[in-house]
Design a protein around this ligand. Structure first.
Ligand code: T46
Length: 134
């Protein structure tokens, strides 16, 4: 399973904390796009897709949520509950997000502009592609 959590350095002082994200530094790619998911309703699951070619870094800047990651062989659940940590999503990984807390703000940095054609939304197609990939 290609799962990587990145710990960010906190610039803390008696006023509080600040984290800086820099492309090709603690963000391991060129950043083309940032989006954030918030106000997620109770019991909602999102995602249900993989990407053909996209690197992303997901950070729960407020609250918490969980990711189910599936590479076609193994499944793993990762909880994001800290603005100090980012989940790197790259390669052929099916993802589902769930258990969003009311205050969850999930921010995602991506290395490409939005492209609906990059999505694999059919799980059977994903499984076939993941077999060919390995
Ligand atoms: C991913 C997970 C973690 C845009 O117009 N631009 C964008 O950059 C994005 C990400 C979405 N959209 C539109 C497309 C849909 O009409 O916003 C709507 C909701 O997007 P979607 O249903 O794809 O959201 P999620 O939460 O299922 O998935 C998102 C990302 O799309 C996806 O790349 O890896 O978060």
């Amino acid at each position: 399973m290609k799962k990587e959590l990145i710990d960010f350095r906190i610039n803390g002082d008696d006023r509080g904390s600040l984290i800086a994200l820099e492309e090709n530094s603690n963000v391991p790619f060129d950043v083309k796009r940032v989006y954030y998911i918030f106000n997620t309703k109770d019991k909602v699951r999102r995602g249900f897709h993989a990407h053909k070619d996209l690197k992303q870094l997901a950070i729960c800047v407020s609250g918490s949520c969980k990711f189910l990651l599936d590479d076609g062989k193994e499944k793993e659940t990762v909880e994001l509950n800290s603005p100090e940590q980012g989940l790197l999503l790259e390669g052929l990984i099916w993802r589902e997000m769930f258990d969003f807390s009311k205050d969850c703000v999930l921010m995602v940095l991506a290395d490409a502009y939005y492209d609906a054609n990059d999505y694999i939304k059919d799980y059977k197609v994903f499984l076939k592609m993941s077999k060919n990939d390995s």
